[in-house]
Design a protein around this ligand. Structure first.
Ligand SMILES: Nc1ncnc2c1ncn2[C@@H]1O[C@H](COP(=O)(O)OP(=O)(O)OP(=O)(O)O)[C@@H](O)[C@H]1O
Ligand SMILES: Nc1ncnc2c1ncn2[C@@H]1O[C@H](COP(=O)(O)OP(=O)(O)OP(=O)(O)O)[C@@H](O)[C@H]1O
Ligand SMILES: [Mg+2]
Ligand SMILES: [Mg+2]
Lengths: 226, 226
């Protein structure tokens, strides 16, 4: 369902590219972990898969669509309907309550407000932060904010979840709870690309691990179906 | 060198306090780890020790000074000279280069610019990010930004280092490098309060671990010299 062909991303001409000739794919319903040293290109890879950025060269195909060549409007609609994203730094809106942050993708996808509110409530309760529903992000702890970001990514029950270090700010026990939640969603059919620094999380939940080093896939045999 | 006596912090009257009657101390030259579930009060505790916030009741004493009752100016001077802080979300200034971000505490402490620049250069090199010296934080990866925050906290060689999850955004290998660096500084006399979700980091480098649960010290025997 995801395919990158010879993808290179150089943020500035003349500097070392953040990703260099990456070819890889992820099958429908798979959990693929992406690991690698700090600065190796993991967040960049997720941004390209989500269509939040464009490759310098090469093609990115998601669910049959050439993500790298869609226009902004089409990309936004595509993401709203099919993709949930947990950002490395959460990207919450400070002027919206926790609940309204979580509801944002549902609004963008034109979902029924009542159904979305029920779904948001379930997720917040499952993540142990429903008592913060009407609070603003500024008064939440780091791990509480991360859980708001997780709830927001899941509110539309997207087919594809892109998670950039979803347990980075969490204690071991809460992190394991997140792992279980992600695993249930995958069992129900969701495809998951999981960027993580936690080898235990990858080992436990991922069908395979792709290692990035200096913007390249370290071992082409892990890159998935050719 | 740090002592909290019966410290309570309630962000809003009538809500459950973030910290409740916490009594604990840290000896000069010690490494004390603070662990606990998300939302248990760890960042709040560090903010009170740093004087970035005031307790609702109780006293906070650092290096002989009643931190909870100093004025803003005295607090800023005290921190600039004696305390290095690694924030959970880094708190880098987007309009300053990496190098200028790192130099900020040295400027505030009135240190010689030449000495400070040499020190900053050493730290950036040790942390593997000196090639980003003239870049702005927005174009750095998560773990690169965290390393800038670490360098900034250390530029004045402070006697007391408060670290809020200093390896949260880092891969295992880089995280171990940070652990070694902190351990060397402690061997040279620096006191370290280390908030971390990583049990391996705490086990390896901390003389003792204080567990917070719902704003309270879980086991008073870990609270340090009475
Ligand atoms: N907007 C940008 N402009 C220029 N360079 C960038 C930009 N964003 C990232 N980079 C560079 O691209 C490289 C890869 O960054 P990326 O954020 O993908 O790394 P990462 O693997 O996610 O790292 P981490 O584990 O630290 O989060 C880094 O060297 C970084 O400095
Ligand atoms: N500015 C604030 N106003 C109101 N409540 C706050 C504020 N900051 C934190 N809190 C609350 O205080 C409690 C403790 O927060 P704190 O940030 O100290 O937790 P923490 O242990 O650092 O958590 P984490 O591991 O998730 O970073 C949380 O329940 C949080 O919601
Ligand atoms: Mg990243
Ligand atoms: Mg915290």
């Amino acid at each position: 369902v995801i395919r990158l062909d010879n993808v290179t991303k150089a943020y500035q001409a003349g500097t070392a590219p953040a990703l260099a000739s990456v070819t890889m794919s992820v099958a429908n319903g798979e959990v693929a972990a992406i690991m690698g040293p700090s600065g190796s290109g993991k967040s960049t890879l997720l941004n390209l898969i989500a269509g939040l950025d464009r490759p310098t060269s090469g093609t990115v195909t998601v669910a049959g669509q050439r993500i790298d060549s869609l226009g902004e409007g089409a990309l936004a609609r595509f993401r709203a309907r099919h993709v949930g994203i947990i950002f490395q730094f959460f990207n919450l809106l400070d002027d919206l309550t926790v609940e309204d942050n979580v509801l944002l993708p549902a609004q963008l996808a034109g979902a029924s407000r009542r159904g979305a509110r029920a779904r948001a409530g379930e997720l917040l309760a499952r993540l142990g932060i429903d008592k913060h529903r009407d609070h603003y992000p500024a008064r939440l702890s780091g791990g509480q904010r991360q859980r708001v970001a997780i709830a927001r990514a899941l509110v539309n029950s997207p087919e594809l979840l892109l998670a950039d270090e979803p347990t980075g700010a969490l204690d071991t026990a809460t992190g394991q709870e997140i792992g279980r939640l992600l695993s249930e969603l995958n069992a129900a059919g969701q495809t998951l690309v999981l960027v993580t620094h936690d080898p235990a999380l990858a080992a436990r939940y991922a069908a395979r691990t792709v290692r990035l080093v200096d913007g390249q896939v370290a071992d082409p045999r892990t890159a998935g179906v050719g």
